[in-house]
Design a protein around this ligand. Sequence first.
Ligand SMILES: [Fe+2]
Length: 374
Amino acid sequence: MLKNFWWPLEFSHVVEEKPIRVTALEQEFVIYRTSNGTANVMSDLCVHRGGALSDGWMEGDCVVCPYHGWEFKPDGACSKIPAQPDLNVPKKARVDAYPTIERYGYIWAFLGDLPESERPPFPELPHFDDPKFRTIRGTYEWPVYYERAFENSLDAAHAPFVHGGAFGNRENPAIPDYQVTEYPLGGEMVVTLEPPKRNIPGIWKRLYKDDRPDVKTRAAFWMPCMTLLEVTLPMGLMVLFNFHIPVNEFKTITKWTQMRTFFKGKWADGDALKRVMKIFDQDYPIVVAQRPELLPYDIGAELSVKSDGIQIAYRKMRQKYIDMGWQIDIHRIKTEIGREEAVVIPSPARKGIPELEKAWVLKEVPTTAPKKKE
Ligand SMILES: [Fe+2]
């Protein structure tokens, strides 16, 4: 898992004024809206006694911790300690607040402590702002590390075998040679694939005249967790964005958006949903069974071939950011009584204030596991 990227944490439509909890990257976040509708993401950990702010409520534009009523402003600063009304609130009484952007139907947080000028840019994603699409959204949960699900979404060569009953063609499983076009934060490949020669199932057959023509297929990714599959069908474009959000090392929630330029009535949404779910359900047993569970760091550790080019492009890009020190260590810390300690990704406001740099968290995200006491 990488810090210092814009992570899509939740769908916009899920978040209202009432604070909610979202678990991602082994952290707990609280997401809420202030009175003008602006979405905010903070660490869900009251700095006082570790209460969950997501169980609290709003008082004006402040989140109130349900345990002792401490109030926190959207920038993370504590503004009120009810038990000590005369106390000047100490500077270090803050929770980590993350820069938040709402776009493409998702709420994104910059999870890291880089100042604005050093951050990777917010990803420019195609299609989302185009009104010619009909859009549906949903989630898919799998007990896998997110990078396995991520690479699966980019992998054209598995379609004939895993999706042979849908769009894959086992008679012609060859992937034409392609070049990966790199973006600043990702890359894409475009290939033309021959669809299976059998009949079209379901309502799509209404839109097909005779044979199934070849299908232009584009697969793309953006750091840290987003993929796009775009297929040009005779009746229009079908687009599937998968945002693979790691809950922890062993669980991923894919928050997906499917868009289509045909059958744009609400009546066809159920059919579109069924098609997305069928693809995920076909991928599920394969990805769950992959070993090792984590994506190898050494590119030579698995045998890759030319048609895996886009996955290799991802692994190389990931390595670049690991080398920059952006990887979050995900080994769970166990205390002596076996409980995990709370960890928090440092937010930008901590940078450059030595007094505060370490002070506001129970524990920083560790880079190595602590030594066991003798
Ligand atoms: Fe698949």
